[in-house]
Design a protein around this ligand. Structure first.
Ligand code: BGC
Length: 732
C-alpha cells in the first residue's frame, strides 16, 4: 500500500462516526451511532448502553416524579429519567384503561362493557382512542389494559377488567394492545399476576365516590399472598398475559402488588424469568405497580426492570451499594437497562419528536362517536317480557317516567381507572329528546324518595329506572347488592316501589359488574349498560327506543345469591386467612364453577337477548373447524354472538375439568330472514390442559364435546371431536 493510501485510511478512521442523514429518522436522537434507524433495536440499544456511565445506567431504573400519580391537568402519572448528556429523553407514563388520567378526556365505557361486546375490532378501537389521547397529552406509555380475571365479583376493580373468562379476555387484550401501539404509544398489560382482590374496608367509607382510592385492609392487595396451583395459573390467570406478549407484542408488563405463592410478584422468579422471559420470550420491560417494589436485590436478580413510582427501591441509593459490593453484577444492571432501551427503540421513541401535551390535537367528535359505538354494542338485554323493549309508542303508550340516580349523571368507577369526561349527555337528556320525536310525554324523578318516585311512575305508561353502583380500586364491595357501597341510596327499594306502581317497569343497570337482581321477576325488562362512558346517554336512549341493537352478552355470570359465587363461604378463599388467599376453587372460576356445581345463575355467562331471534343449525365438524348456520328468524335486523364451548375430557381420574369452556366466538349482524354459515377454527390450545407433571400444555386422548349456541347455558348444537385416535360417538 502506498503511503498516500495509508494517509487517506488513517484520516478516515480518525473521523468521528457520523450517521448519514438519510439513515437518521426525523426525531430527537441526535447524531449518535445508535441513531441509525437501519440498525435493529437490539443493536441500537447496545450502542447506547455502551455510551452510558454506571451511574447513568442505574439512574434509568427508577422513576423520578412522585406527584403525577395524583392526576390532574398536565400531570403525567409517571416519569422515567432521561440522560440529557446523550440525548436520551424523559419517558412519560399515564393511566389507564378507560382513558388518560390527566385532566379531561374522552371517557370510555368500562372495560367490562368492552368485554360484553365480544367484538375484538371494538377493542382495537378502544385501544386506539385511549392511546391517541394519552399521546396527545404528551405520554409515551399507557398503563393499560387491565386483564386480571374476575375471580370474585366483589372485587372493586371488576369494572376495569374483561370478566371471568381467559379466552374472551385474551381475544380483547390483543387487539386493544395493537390499537394502542399502532398509535406509537407503548402499552402496559397489568397486573401480573393473580391480583384478584383489593381488600375489605370494614367501615365501607373509603370506597365511596369522591374518595380517590379505597383502603381495603383485610385481604389487602398490598399484602395478600395468592396461593394458586400451577395448572390454575396457566389455564385461568395467565393466558391473557401470554397472548399480550406473544400476539400483542406488548412493550411493557406491570407486576402486581400481591405475592404469588409466597414471593412478591415483582421479584417472582417463576413468573418473571421462567414464564415471561424464557417461555413466552418477552422482549419488553417489566415495571412495578405503584409501591409494589420492595426488595432491591431479589428484584434486580429476578426480573424487575423499572420502578416508576416512587423510585425508591430502584433509586440510586438502593441500587448502587449492592452493585459495588458485588451482590448484583453490572451485567445484571446492563440487562435491565438494555430491555428498557430496546423497547424504546422498537417503538420509535427516539425517532420522532416528543409527543406534545395539547388537548387541541384530539378529535373529540370522532372519539365520542367511537365510544358510543362501543357502548351500543356492550349494552346487554337481560330480560324483555312481552317485548317491552324497544319502546314503540302506540295508543296505550303515550308517556314515560325517567327515574333514578343513574338517570341524570355521569356514572363510572374509581381509582386509577377513573376518568373525567370532556363532555357528556345524560340518559335523561337523550331519552327526553328521542321521546319528544315520538310525541311521548316525559316526567323525571331522581329516585331519592321512593314514594314520590312511585307516584311519578304511576302516572306514566312506562317507567324507566336507571340505577348505578360504585366500584373502585383499593377496596372491594362488602356485598353484591346495589347498596354496596351505599353511594346512591336504596336502589333495590326504589326498583321494588316503582315496579309495584307501574307494571311496565324497565330497569337499566349502570354497574361495573354483577349485582344481585332480587326484583327481576317484578319488572318487564332489564338492561345492563355497565359504566357507559361519556356517550352512554345516547347509547342507552338509542337502544331503549330500538334505534340501536342491544349488542352485548355477559362476560361474567350474574349470580342469584352471593353465596353461590366460587369464593363465597370460605375465608381461606376470600378474603384470606392472615395474608394467605387460597385459590381452592382452582380452575372452576366463573361459569366453570356454576356449571360444575350445577348452580343456576340469575343470568349466565354469554347471555344477552337481541331484539330479534336467531336459530342455529347444520353443525359440521371437519378437523378442527366447526361450521354451522345462524339464521335471523325474528322480525327485524339484529346481532347475535355465536359461542363455541369445548368439553375437555378428564385427563386422569381425580383431575377436575370444567364441564365446558369458551374457545371461539363470532358476533354477526343479520337482516331479517338472513342466514350465514360461520366457520370457527380451533387451535391445539383449544383442546389442551396444563399438565403440571409434564410442565407443558397437553392434549388428552379422548372425545371432546363441541357445543355451539347463544350462551354458556343455551347450546343447541352438539358434536364430538376425537383426539389421539379415540373412538367416539358422533353426537353427545
Ligand atoms: C394501580 C395501577 C395504576 C397505578 C398508577 C396503582 O395503584 O394498581 O393500575 O396504573 O396505580 O396510577
Amino acid at each position: 500500500m502506498t503511503k498516500s493510501l495509508w494517509l487517506v485510511l488513517a484520516f478516515l478512521c480518525a473521523l468521528p462516526i457520523v450517521v448519514p442523514a438519510s439513515a437518521r429518522a426525523a426525531g430527537r436522537c441526535g447524531h449518535h451511532t445508535w441513531c441509525d434507524a437501519r440498525l435493529s433495536p437490539d443493536a441500537r440499544a447496545q450502542l447506547l448502553l455502551a455510551a452510558l456511565t454506571d451511574a447513568e445506567k442505574i439512574s434509568l431504573l427508577g422513576g423520578d416524579d412522585i406527584r403525577g400519580v395524583a392526576g390532574g391537568d398536565h400531570a403525567h402519572t409517571g416519569t422515567g429519567r432521561g440522560v440529557p448528556r446523550v440525548d436520551l429523553p424523559t419517558t412519560l407514563y399515564s393511566d389507564g384503561p378507560l382513558g388518560p388520567r390527566q385532566g379531561r378526556t374522552t371517557a370510555l365505557p368500562s372495560p367490562s362493557a368492552l368485554a360484553a361486546t365480544f367484538r375484538p375490532a371494538l377493542a382495537f378501537s378502544a385501544g386506539s382512542v385511549v392511546a391517541n389521547e394519552v399521546k396527545s397529552k404528551g405520554n409515551d406509555v399507557v398503563f393499560a389494559p387491565t386483564v386480571n380475571i374476575m375471580r370474585n365479583p366483589l372485587n372493586g376493580r371488576t369494572f376495569e377488567g374483561y370478566g371471568e373468562d381467559p379466552y374472551l379476555d385474551a381475544r380483547l387484550t390483543v387487539p386493544w394492545i395493537r390499537g394502542a401501539q399502532a398509535q406509537g404509544v407503548i402499552a402496559d398489560v397489568k397486573h401480573y399476576a393473580a391480583n384478584n382482590q383489593e381488600g375489605i374496608d370494614p367501615s365501607g367509607r373509603s370506597g365511596l365516590p369522591g374518595v380517590p382510592l379505597g383502603a381495603g385492609t383485610i385481604g389487602s392487595r398490598y399484602t395478600s399472598n395468592s396461593i394458586v396451583d400451577e395448572r390454575t395459573l396457566r389455564e385461568i390467570y395467565l393466558p391473557q398475559f401470554e397472548a399480550a406478549v406473544k400476539s400483542g407484542h406488548v412493550g411493557t408488563v406491570m407486576c402486581s402488588y400481591n405475592l404469588v405463592n409466597g414471593q412478591q410478584a415483582c421479584e417472582n422468579k417463576h413468573l418473571l424469568q421462567q414464564i415471561l422471559e424464557r417461555e413466552w420470550g418477552f422482549r419488553g420491560y417489566v415495571l412495578a405497580d405503584y409501591g409494589a417494589a420492595h426488595n432491591t436485590v431479589p428484584q434486580l436478580k429476578n426480573g424487575l426492570d423499572f420502578e416508576p413510582w416512587p423510585g425508591v427501591s430502584y433509586g440510586p441509593a438502593a441500587v448502587t451499594p449492592p452493585v459495588l459490593a458485588g451482590q448484583v453484577s453490572r451485567a445484571t444492571v446492563d440487562g435491565h437497562v438494555l430491555r428498557i432501551l430496546r423497547t424504546l427503540f422498537a417503538h420509535r421513541f427516539f425517532d420522532r419528536a416528543a409527543f406534545r401535551d395539547d388537548d387541541e390535537q384530539i378529535d373529540r367528535r370522532r372519539h365520542a362517536r367511537a365510544v358510543q359505538r362501543i357502548e351500543e354494542s356492550a349494552i346487554t338485554l337481560l330480560k324483555n317480557r312481552r317485548s317491552a323493549l324497544p319502546l314503540v309508542p302506540h295508543r296505550g303508550f303515550k308517556s314515560v317516567a325517567i327515574i333514578g340516580a343513574g338517570a341524570d349523571r355521569f356514572v363510572t368507577g374509581g381509582g386509577s381507572g377513573n376518568v373525567k369526561p370532556f363532555s357528556y349527555e345524560t340518559p335523561r337528556e337523550v331519552i327526553t329528546r328521542l321521546a319528544a320525536r315520538r310525541h311521548l310525554r316525559v316526567t323525571y324523578d331522581d329516585g331519592s324518595d321512593p314514594e314520590r318516585a312511585s307516584a311519578v311512575a304511576r302516572r306514566a305508561h312506562v317507567a324507566i329506572v336507571l340505577t348505578p353502583n360504585y366500584e373502585t380500586e383499593g377496596a372491594d364491595r362488602l356485598c353484591l347488592t346495589l347498596e354496596c357501597p351505599n353511594a346512591y341510596g336504596d336502589q333495590d327499594g326504589l326498583i321494588r316501589s316503582v315496579a309495584a306502581a307501574n307494571r311496565n317497569t324497565v330497569v337499566v343497570l349502570e354497574t361495573g359488574g354483577p349485582v344481585l337482581t332480587p326484583w327481576r321477576n317484578q319488572i318487564r325488562a332489564l338492561v345492563e349498560a355497565w359504566y357507559p362512558g361519556q356517550s352512554g346517554g345516547g347509547a342507552i336512549a338509542r337502544v331503549l327506543f330500538g334505534d340501536a341493537e342491544p349488542g352485548g352478552r355477559l362476560p361474567m355470570t350474574f349470580p342469584r345469591a352471593e353465596g353461590d359465587t366460587p369464593t363465597a363461604g370460605d375465608p381461606a378463599k376470600y378474603p384470606g386467612i392472615g395474608n394467605d388467599v387460597t385459590y381452592k376453587e382452582g380452575v372452576l372460576v366463573g361459569y366453570r364453577w356454576f356449571d360444575a356445581k350445577r348452580i343456576a345463575p340469575a343470568f349466565p355467562f354469554g347471555f344477552g337477548l337481541s331484539y330479534s331471534r336467531f336459530r342455529y343449525s347444520a353443525l359440521r365438524l371437519r378437523g378442527n373447524t366447526v361450521a354451522f348456520t345462524v339464521r335471523n328468524v325474528g322480525r327485524r335486523a339484529g346481532s347475535d354472538v355465536s359461542q363455541l364451548y369445548v368439553s375437555i375430557p378428564r385427563p386422569r381420574a381425580g383431575e377436575v375439568e370444567p364441564p365446558h369452556q369458551l374457545k371461539a366466538f363470532q358476533a354477526v349482524h343479520l337482516r331479517r330472514g338472513q342466514a350465514r354459515q360461520l366457520r370457527l377454527r380451533l387451535d391445539s390450545r383449544s383442546f389442551a390442559y396444563w399438565s403440571t407433571r409434564a410442565g407443558r400444555w397437553s392434549v388428552a386422548r379422548g372425545c371432546f364435546g363441541i357445543s355451539v349456541g347463544r350462551s354458556s347455558r343455551d347450546l343447541p348444537l352438539r358434536g364430538v371431536i376425537a383426539k389421539g385416535g379415540a373412538h367416539c360417538r358422533t353426537r353427545r
